[in-house]
Structure formats: C-alpha cells, structure tokens
Design a protein around this ligand. Structure first.
Ligand SMILES: C[S@@+](CC[C@H](N)C(=O)[O-])C[C@H]1O[C@@H](n2cnc3c(N)ncnc32)[C@H](O)[C@@H]1O
Length: 263
C-alpha cells in the first residue's frame, strides 16, 4: 500500500471517532455554532460571495462554516468517510457545498475551475510530502488576485517528543511513520489494528519559499505563542481558547498563519 493509501485508511477510521467527540462538538455546530477560530476569521477577510476551496476539509465543519458566512464552498479530502459525512452534513443543514474525495495532489481529476480563496488549516501540510507541488496546485486553482490563507501548527512543535524535549530534526529529513493507536480527541482509542500514518514535517522557510517560488506574494505572516486546540499532551488553558505546554507556557511558537495573493 502506498503512503497516501495508508493515510486514507487511517483518516477513514479517525473520522468515525471525531464525529462523536466533544473535541469537534458536532452538536453545537449543527445548532449554528461556527467551527472557525478567531484567528482565521479575522485574518482571512471577507468571504461572502467568494468561491472558496478548502483543501483537506476533513468532515466539512470549517467548509460549511464558511458557507454560513456566505461563501460558495468546495471541500476536498482524501478520506472517503470524511467526504461522506461532509456531504451528509451539507444536506442535513441545507448548506450548499460541493465535496470531493481526492488526494490534494490529484484534484485536477475532480476540479476544473478557479477560486477566489483557497484555505487550509491545523494539521494539514504534515500529510503532504512535496510542498513545491502543493504550491503549484494552489497557484493553478486560484484566480489572478485570489487569496491563499493557511493557519497551521508551528513546525517547532514537531521537534518535541512526549517529554517535551527537542528530539526531532526541525529541517526536512525523512518521512515519519507511526502506528496509529489513538487520535487527538478525548475519545481517542482506536481498536482497528495495523493502521499506519505517514507524515512529513516542513520548516517555515520550506512553506514560505514554496509559495513565493510559485507565484504567490506573501501579505501576512504571523506566529502565535499559544494553540487554539487542546490537541497535544500536557497542555493547560491560560485563557479561553489559548492552550500552552505547562513546561514552556508562551515562550515558544505554537501556530503560524500565512496570507498570500496570486500575482
Ligand atoms: C487534521 S485534519 C485537517 C484539520 C481540519 N482543520 C479539521 O480538523 O477539520 C487532516 C485532514 O487531511 C486529510 N488528508 C490527509 N492527507 C491528504 C491528502 N494527501 N490529500 C487530501 N486530504 C488529505 C485527512 O483525511 C484529514 O481529513
């Protein structure tokens, strides 16, 4: 089985846990709450009336939150289960959206249009092995003057081991293979055996250079001394919605965001 097929299989399994988790809180979302955080809501700008493509949309809560704000949304994800749930949510909540099951690297097989905004977030690029190819796809699917916006976990976080010591290389080395026996939500235990994840870590310069070298002009770049999710071990909430490692508090970067315009 290829790397992406392993990830497809594990994300199918994780999705069924995530939709039942307090972490994703699908119940509140169905009642009308947004799943988007203040960072992306403030930084992305006006989405009303814009054609928005969400890369790696998981089961569609963020995509549909943008639909509630008036965007004309399309979501793609490699997981069959995620796309199935996303399409069901769209129908149940009468929120117009298109969802396609596709690897990011193969979206030209399912899409042939251009977008005003391309969005991706929180735990997405670590599933991609080639950011140059990723940025070429972003360029290909954006209209001239269109906006690419991402908010992601800071690559520094991925250097830490479970004891929070620097253990991994910050700069790109090899792919990281993990046996999947839990996920990051509170109902985390996975019973299915032999699931494997394959991930790739990318330094900030790799992310920014891939965009710059592929026709995107960086307009905003931020780093944040907190995490919006309690998704790693040993985190404490210092303010509502601001999580940090107790050991390092706000001394280290936890997330970053980039907004770029296609020239
Ligand atoms: C952590 S989730 C994205 C986070 C998102 N903000 C959320 O939680 O709703 C990562 C998503 O990337 C998808 N994914 C992983 N590799 C992919 C690939 N090569 N192409 C498309 N989607 C991929 C997974 O199926 C999963 O839904």
């Amino acid at each position: 089985m290829g790397n992406f097929e392993h990830n497809r299989e594990s994300w199918n399994e994780l999705t069924s846990l995530h939709i039942k988790s307090d972490f994703y809180d699908l119940k509140s979302f169905k009642k009308g709450n947004t799943s988007l955080n203040h960072i992306e809501l403030e930084e992305i700008g006006e989405v009303k009336g814009k054609k928005l493509l969400h890369l790696q949309c998981h089961f569609g809560m963020d995509t549909l939150s943008f639909a509630r704000l008036g965007a004309d949304v399309t979501g793609i994800d490699i997981s069959d289960e995620s796309i199935k749930v996303a399409a069901e949510l769209s129908a149940e909540l009468s929120l117009r959206a298109k969802f396609y099951r596709s690897n990011v690297y193969e979206i030209d097989k399912v899409l042939d249009e251009r977008f005003d905004i391309i969005y991706t977030s929180y735990g997405a690029i670590n599933w991609l092995n080639d950011l140059d190819k990723w940025a070429k796809i972003i360029n290909r699917f954006l209209k001239p003057g269109g906006i690419f916006y991402m908010v992601e976990f800071h690559p520094f976080i991925y250097t830490l081991n479970e004891e929070l010591q620097i253990n991994e290389n910050y700069f790109k080395t090899k792919q990281i293979e993990t046996i999947v026996d839990r996920t990051y939500t509170e109902n985390s235990k996975i019973t299915k055996k032999n699931l494997k994840n394959v991930e790739w870590h990318h330094s900030l310069s790799e992310v920014l250079n891939s965009l710059i070298e592929n026709g995107l002009e960086i307009k905003l770049f931020n780093e944040f001394p907190f995490q919006v999710y309690n998704c790693f071990k040993n985190m404490i909430e210092i303010e509502k919605g601001k999580w940090v490692f107790e050991k390092y508090k706000d001394k280290i970067p936890y997330m970053f965001s980039v907004k770029a315009i296609k020239k």
